[in-house]
Design a protein around this ligand. Structure first.
Ligand SMILES: C[S@@+](CC[C@H](N)C(=O)[O-])C[C@H]1O[C@@H](n2cnc3c(N)ncnc32)[C@H](O)[C@@H]1O
Length: 231
């Protein structure tokens, strides 16, 4: 995404309140937040002993819950006031570090991250950046490591206005095609690891409260690509 578009997106987010409503862009946020977070947390693998990276953490609707079981959480968001709020609400945790930066700028060592969590991030990245970030994430997690992704597909999740031209409402199958194209290669150019879609779920909370079945969550696992034809 070019820098102009990126800065429009960041400025649009900077205008949002550092509140559940601001994060969810939804007037029903106080009611939805509880159901949304508890459903999503129920789909995560066990985080015990893991170093977790949360990209686009916002004010921390999930950060504290991740920190309760993980060894460590690195929360990243490019809006300073969201990270400030996140720090404030999660000040009781000593195992969270925060970075104010664009997720695209984050550089981590291969195999150094036990679990990557994103909730509504890729919908703000164009196809090139989505592919680039997925490639980075595939390298960061070790073999068998998990990645959680939740996105608004086809249309928005909320009823509050936002810069619609800065959002990519992809179809679920477009994400799934992308997940299937990502792989690491050996020095000889052979495909080595890829993502397996372990779970794909239309969120019950949004079907119930918003009559929206296009809030899609995926749990991906990094696996060895043993048989390309099969995948
Ligand atoms: C819809 S909010 C969701 C926040 C949080 N994940 C949640 O579920 O409450 C999207 C968040 O992603 C952040 N964001 C969007 N694009 C980003 C990027 N390229 N790098 C870092 N943060 C980004 C925004 O600042 C915002 O906090």
């Amino acid at each position: 995404m070019d820098n102009g578009k990126r800065s429009v997106l960041r400025k649009t987010w900077e205008q949002q309140d550092a509140s559940y409503q601001g994060m969810m862009l939804n007037s029903k946020a106080p009611l939805l937040h509880e159901e949304d977070t508890s459903e999503i947390l129920s789909y995560l693998p066990t985080l015990q002993g893991l170093d977790v990276v949360e990209l686009g953490s916002g004010i921390g609707r999930f950060t504290g819950s991740l920190a309760k079981t993980a060894d460590h959480v690195l929360a990243v968001d490019f809006v300073d006031k969201f990270i400030k709020k996140n720090k404030e609400v999660n000040s009781m945790f000593t195992n969270i570090d925060y970075i104010v930066d664009d997720a695209m700028n984050i550089k981590l060592e291969p195999n150094s991250v036990g679990f990557v969590f994103t909730n509504w991030l890729f919908m703000y990245l164009d196809d090139n950046d989505t592919t680039r970030l997925l490639n980075n994430i595939l390298k960061w997690v070790p073999s068998e490591g998990y990645v959680f992704i939740r996105e608004s597909c086809l249309y928005g999740s909320g009823d509050l206005s936002f810069g619609e031209n800065t959002t990519y409402y992809r179809e679920a199958r477009q994400y799934e095609e992308l997940f299937r194209t990502i792989s690491t290669t050996t020095s000889g150019g052979a495909k080595e690891y890829c993502f397996r879609i372990d779970k794909s779920k239309s969120l019950d909370s949004y079907i119930k409260v918003m009559k929206n079945k296009n809030q899609i969550a995926w749990l991906l696992q990094k696996v060895r690509r043993e048989n390309e034809a099969r995948l």
